[in-house]
Design a protein around this ligand. Structure first.
Ligand code: ARG
Length: 459
């Protein structure tokens, strides 16, 4: 038999394969609450504008509440023949209340309906991402505050570069996740226009009030062009783009945690709660959560590429291609939220090993730049010459198998006769980080100022 929603012109029902490729109910049932919220707003508006009688609107309102409770209670019978969540809900409404159910679709289409549902769903996910990010930033601020003046090596090329503070390193991630917050907030502000009432593509001849439904659903305004409103998936793409960048940040941090928790580094100890063991090697404590967070970027960025590819080249307005938007976004959102929560838990639980950090901070000639700067400041040497002299001293220390502070004054003067004993004052890592007082530098006071600023920002 033909479809009860659109079967008027059809004499035969769909092939089983047609049904299988066409149906989205297997996944878009996740938008049931949004679909019902949209329908309730639409029905209330139809009554307020006199398009629907108050008694029909009331029957629809009550019926939709019943449908929602059936779905939430797990008793709802989803049907593949009814394709998607929109028609599943409407068909059940018809079972429950009869004829008035057929009046709900006046002045709307599944095209504006699905755009509305999906936008509401994505908007909720943005709010969840904002919450997850804020929680993670708060956990980082605790770590940064505890070790604002703990020294550790800073790296470039993963080779020892200059000493930094633990707090400074934590705060670098606060800046990254702070920009992610901004990106999600920007996306939310831009997407918050209601597609509802755009109807199939051209608008409608019924005297609907799109401002009313927009307000009811928490949108700032109705989308201004009906063709664009049903064709636009920018909101999902912006979510995926922001999610991709955020996942990339999570992945970089996760990589550092994997390295830092190794026996060779011992910079951090991850908690048992966020580690796993090995079934063969009894000594193992593996950073699986960090590794999985590191990997999540793959599917999240994949979703971004997939949806961009679906959307490119689609003529206006709606095409069924657009049904392929949801699974990618659902999967990306689920995994981003999981990654954020896991990272927050790991950061909360982990302990930085202050002693290992300090030992590592002093190795690898990490204060060579301080030595060069001293030659410039005290001996008025051009920086390029100071760089060369310091390089020669590093080579000497390497030959002697010691670090820079272990060289004698004679050693120093054999390379440059004007060097005085004062130079040893700048070779210690504590002095090195304390001297980096330029705005945004690694000096503990700078770090504490940034922690205070972020605490104020978050309130
Ligand atoms: N299930 C469809 C989707 O997810 C709903 C919109 C269908 N519209 C249509 N004209 N067939 O995109």
């Amino acid at each position: 038999s033909s479809n009860q929603m659109w079967g008027g012109r059809f004499s035969a029902g769909p092939d089983a394969i047609m049904e299988a490729i066409n149906a989205s109910i297997g996944f878009d049932r996740r938008m049931a609450a949004q679909d019902i919220a949209g329908s309730r707003a639409h029905a209330a508006m139809l009554a307020a504008t006199g398009i629907l009688s108050d008694s029909d609107a009331e029957a629809i309102r009550k019926g939709l509440l019943t449908v929602l409770s059936e779905i939430e209670g797990g008793t709802f019978q989803f049907s593949t023949a009814l394709e998607d969540i929109h028609m599943n809900v409407e068909a059940r409404l018809k079972d429950l209340i009869g004829e008035p159910a057929g009046r709900l679709h006046t002045g709307r289409s599944r095209n504006d309906q699905v755009a509305t549902d999906f936008k509401l769903w994505v908007r909720d996910q943005i709010d969840a991402a904002l919450q997850g990010l804020e929680a993670l930033i708060r956990a980082l601020l605790v770590q940064a505050g505890a070790g604002a003046d703990w020294v550790m090596p800073g790296f470039t090329h993963l080779q020892t570069a200059q000493p930094v503070t633990w707090g400074h390193h934590m705060m670098a991630y606060v800046e990254m996740f702070g920009r992610d917050l901004g990106r999600f907030r920007d996306a939310r502000a831009r997407m918050n226009e209601s597609p509802l009432g755009a109807a199939a593509l051209a608008g409608t001849s019924f005297p609907i009030d799109r401002h009313m439904t927009a307000t009811e659903l928490g949108f700032d305004r109705p989308a201004a062009n009906s063709l664009d409103a049903v064709s636009d998936r920018d909101f999902a793409l912006e979510f995926l783009a922001a999610a991709s960048i955020c996942a990339m940040h999570l992945s970089r941090f996760a990589e550092e945690l994997v390295i830092w928790s190794s026996a060779q580094f011992r910079f951090v100890t991850l908690s048992d709660r966020f580690s796993t063991g090995s079934s063969i090697m009894p000594q193992k404590k593996n950073p699986d959560a960090a590794e999985l967070i590191r990997a999540k970027i793959g599917r999240i960025f994949g979703a971004n590429v997939a949806l961009m590819t679906v959307m490119k080249g689609l003529p206006l307005a709606y095409s069924k291609d657009m049904q392929e938007d949801k699974e990618q976004v659902f999967d990306a959102a689920d995994n981003l939220m999981l990654a954020l929560a896991a990272m927050e838990g790991m950061v909360r639980d982990m302990s930085a090993n202050r002693d290992s950090l300090a030992v590592a901070a002093g190795s690898g000639f990490s204060t060579a730049t301080d030595l060069a700067d001293w030659l410039v400041r005290v001996l008025n040497m051009p920086f390029r010459d100071a760089h060369h002299v310091t390089g020669t001293l590093v080579a000497l220390a390497e030959k002697k198998g010691c670090d820079l502070p272990d060289l004698t004054l004679d050693d120093m003067q054999s390379v440059h006769s004007a060097i005085t004993g004062d130079v040893f004052g700048v070779l210690g890592v504590e002095n090195s980080v304390a001297s980096r007082t330029s705005y945004g530098g690694t000096a503990p006071d700078q770090v504490r100022a940034q922690i205070a600023r972020w605490k104020e920002v978050l309130g």
